[in-house]
Design a protein. Structure first.
Length: 330
């Protein structure tokens, strides 16, 4: 039986052609889908219990009309993901989407819908400027209600995943890292191939590259792709470390790690997702430099933190083992 394969072709040996990013917009679109079919997403039940009562009804109804419960949703809801992408960037960009691009994407949704839903999307297609303002307002209101409260936890998981994948390139090579993204993804002949349910395509990414984006909200359904211009070719894959408790209050995660490592070391480890000097670690933890240095030494000897010298400075960062410990606590 023929498989539906999307193939991203890259220049031979060009590691720089692949980069990582985060996409708040993609997470929100899939959160809308989780709320439509919660039974399909057991790892999101803890999050759902904590936010369902906050959901603004009218914005949610508008967004679910356009996004739907499965399959394609309009590309204009997300932009090319980047490492430093923030929710506010997505809101501002959505309010500037060209009307002609909205018409193209909404036309695809008209073809994929029927009845009252189709009529509602036709009205948006006929007046894209009004539709853009309505959807942008609904997008921002829904974000603040259901994802903003858990964005610190969600973002931490996404960035921890990226840190582990990036380091895996150094140990396993680009092909080894790509092949470990998901069971549906493979590296073959200088190309990233992903098997999807209903889509097949071959894209020449030489010159544009490929963006790899971990996702929490679409974890259950595996991988998805963004392949049409003006977006850069993008592969979304399930992030590591997602459990049914991922959305719990960060204070409880800190308490759990604190019981294992002690409060000071737990705080240092939780904040070690970006490189910091010993002085910065001490200042952030409100510790003396000598005390912070001692805790860092213990974490380093345990394999949870790696330290490297940069001139006169020493920089500290969580190791893959440290990422796994933090991910389990979250």
């Amino acid at each position: 039986m023929d498989r539906n394969i999307v193939e991203f072709r890259l220049a031979p040996g060009d590691i720089s052609a692949i980069r990582f990013g985060v996409s708040p917009g993609h997470e929100l679109c899939n959160a809308i889908r989780v709320m439509q079919r919660p039974d399909d997403h057991p790892l999101q039940w803890g999050w759902l219990r904590s936010v369902r009562s906050r959901m603004p009804r009218e914005p949610f109804d508008l967004l679910r009309t356009v996004i739907g419960a499965e399959g394609y949703f309009p590309d204009f809801f997300t932009t090319t993901p980047s490492w430093d992408m923030q929710p506010e960037d997505e809101f501002a960009r959505l309010r500037e989407v060209p009307p002609e691009l909205m018409r193209v994407d909404l036309a695809k949704m008209i073809a994929r819908s029927t009845g009252e839903r189709q009529r509602a999307i036709r009205h948006m297609h006929d007046d894209p400027l009004r539709a853009r303002a309505m959807l942008a307002d609904a997008f921002e209101a829904t974000w603040h209600a259901v994802l903003a409260p858990v964005w610190p936890q969600l973002e931490r998981i996404l960035r921890a995943d990226i840190a582990v994948r990036s380091r895996r390139i150094a140990t396993d090579g680009l092909g080894g890292m790509v092949g470990a993204l998901h069971r549906s993804v493979e590296w073959s002949d200088d190309a990233v191939k992903v098997e999807l349910r209903m889509h097949r395509e071959v894209l020449d990414c030489r010159g544009s590259g490929l963006v790899l984006v971990p996702t929490v909200m679409n974890w259950t359904h595996g991988c998805s792709v963004l392949s049409e211009p003006p977006a850069q070719p993008t592969l979304f894959y399930p992030a590591q470390g997602v459990t049914e408790t991922w959305a719990r209050d960060p204070r409880s995660a800190a308490a759990a790690l604190g019981a294992l490592l002690g409060p000071a070391r737990a705080g240092i480890l939780l904040a070690a997702h970006v490189e910091r000097t010993t002085s910065q670690v001490a200042a952030d933890a409100e510790l003396a430099i000598s005390t912070a240095s001692h805790h860092l030494a213990v974490l380093r000897e345990s394999g949870l933190v790696a330290s490297r010298r940069d001139g006169a400075r020493v920089l500290h960062l969580r190791t893959p083992l440290g990422e796994a410990v933090v991910g389990a606590a979250l």
